[in-house]
Design a protein around this ligand. Structure first.
Ligand SMILES: C[S@@+](CC[C@H](N)C(=O)[O-])C[C@H]1O[C@@H](n2cnc3c(N)ncnc32)[C@H](O)[C@@H]1O
Length: 368
């Protein structure tokens, strides 16, 4: 990765750079259909009234910066519509966006996203394992933020590394509630006086999950509200390219230093579990056509409970049920559905082997 202009599929992009200026103007100057993913952490529009103090009277370091001030909801909505329009233009047809926010802004942003033509895929609750207490004791402790994951449009097929996320979650399907700590300790960047360099620095763990789940090595990830560059730092570690946009010089400097000190993980460790859904489709009938299984041959349920016979057209018959490997498996088990590929086995040299092995053999030939 370098800091020079790079071509990405023929278009010239300022890869691995932090661009200065207003994100709408900067995005408008980038080529259309050129970015794989956008991660956006826009101003929250917190509308804080007065200072906030802890019980010991110390001042809470809240987000009261000028970049978070909007005169009204109307002005905030206009701003949201403008940056979301600019972001959508530069997304590739199968691109996607993540927007993170709190109750102050996320519902407004969600409506703007849908109005702009994006297609919402999920909303994720980031539940903070160590939230700030509610010092005034007047409301519930605000212990989560919401992230919306949306495709460029209804027809887009954004990257989703299902298996990699499942692997991250100890083999259990990843859910839409993520419990992760807020950014503190060594990760929290400080200025020369030892104060927080930025009031809303996001934890790297959050970006790690987002980027593993929705990008591949070499993809281009743009963050229009770069702040301390959390997106850029994690993108660099994971071998993704980033483009950061930030209006404030002080934040750009912090982010640039941080990214310079960040090392990319080695190539081998960046390979992740791949989704079988992404692999080419192999119909069961092909195993029969190619003589890997013969009409009349018996298949055995891997749980030992049932058998069925292969028919010449790639269907099965077992206990008077006829149909696909999935249909016959489901009917014999009395289940609403069944993945025939992992349910059935064939006999070879006295051993029962999953028929999925034969499908893998065909796929290996296809990719050779
Ligand atoms: C919520 S913070 C992002 C924090 C970042 N995710 C991090 O982990 O450090 C929003 C950032 O957007 C910047 N910003 C606000 N409006 C902007 C605009 N119109 N163009 C570019 N940057 C903007 C602010 O200066 C602020 O640093």
């Amino acid at each position: 990765m370098t800091n020079s202009k790079h071509t990405n599929g023929g278009v010239s992009l300022p890869l691995n750079q932090i661009l200065s200026g207003d994100c709408i103007e900067v995005m408008d100057a980038l080529p259309e259909n050129s970015v794989d993913l956008i991660f956006a952490d826009p101003p929250y529009n917190l509308q804080l009234k007065g200072e906030l103090h802890r019980p010991d009277n110390s001042k809470v370091d809240a987000v009261d910066d000028h970049w978070d001030q909007f005169d009204s909801f109307k002005v905030y909505d206009e701003f949201s519509r403008d940056w979301l329009r600019a972001a959508r233009r530069i997304l590739k047809p199968n691109g996607a966006i993540w927007v993170i926010g709190s109750y102050h802004n996320i519902f407004r942003v969600g409506a703007c996203l849908q109005d702009a033509g994006y297609w919402i895929m999920n909303d994720v609750i980031w539940r903070k394992s160590n939230p700030m207490p509610n010092f005034r004791g007047m409301r519930l402790t605000n212990a989560h933020e919401t992230m919306i994951w949306a495709a460029k449009d209804e027809k887009s097929k954004p990257t989703f590394n299902y298996e990699a996320l499942k692997a991250l979650n100890d083999g259990v399907q990843m859910r839409s509630d993520w419990v992760l700590p807020i950014c503190n300790g060594h990760e929290r960047l400080k200025d020369a006086e030892g104060n927080k360099a930025h009031p809303t620095q996001k934890p790297e763990s959050l970006l790690h999950r987002v980027l593993i789940g929705s990008t591949n090595v070499g993809d281009v990830v743009l963050d229009p509200f770069f702040g301390t560059g959390t997106t850029g730092a994690v993108a660099k570690k994971l071998g993704r390219n980033f483009i950061g946009i930030e209006r404030e010089e002080a934040y750009r400097e912090v982010a640039a230093r941080r990214i310079k000190d960040t090392r990319k993980f080695d190539k081998e460790s960046l390979e992740v579990s791949t989704s079988k859904r992404a692999a080419p489709r192999v119909p069961f009938g092909q195993l029969v056509e190619r003589g890997m299984l013969n009409p009349g041959e018996k298949l055995y349920a891997l749980n030992g409970r049932h058998t069925a016979k292969v028919r010449a057209d790639g269907t099965l018959i077992g206990n008077d049920c006829k149909g696909s490997i999935h249909q016959v498996g489901a009917a014999l088990e009395g289940a609403p559905s069944c993945n025939g590929w992992t349910y059935w086995g064939f006999r070879k040299e006295g051993k029962t082997m999953p028929i999925d092995l034969l499908r893998e053999q065909i796929r290996a030939e296809m990719s050779a």
